[in-house]
Design a protein around this ligand. Sequence first.
Ligand SMILES: [Ca+2]
Ligand SMILES: [Ca+2]
Length: 154
Amino acid sequence: MQARNREAIFSALDVNGDGVITESDVKALLDGFLRSLGVPAGSPGARALHDSGQRIWDELCRQHSAGAARYDLVRQFFVRINIALFDTIDANGDGRIDEEEFVFALCRVGLAAEDVRESFGQISAGADGGITRQAWIRALREMVPGPDPDRNTS
Ligand SMILES: [Ca+2]
Ligand SMILES: [Ca+2]
């Protein structure tokens, strides 16, 4: 992976730009995403996402204390947070992200519609009904190559 991408991922996760990723960046990141998608704060979906964020954060803190490499932690954070977002993006909760849900979510967070549609085609690979959780996880891991962060995440 290119150093430039690493930096881009790090700055995206360091929401307040102070050069370190902390628990408040996690909350701000998730709040920003929920706001973009119009998910009301305090709704069950918003609470579930924050609970996942908290679990991911606690786990990464444990690994950090155990001396895990910084890049590996940032990578894991990126992948796992995005896995947690699957349920938020899957607005109708049918277990698949269809093109409409995908384009809606990613355009709302500021990506160009053309790029988003292209990514949808690549990730769903023509599968009926859209992106499954497995395809989503695979795509995220390919985006930031490295050791498998968590084989049990589903
Ligand atoms: Ca920060
Ligand atoms: Ca769906």
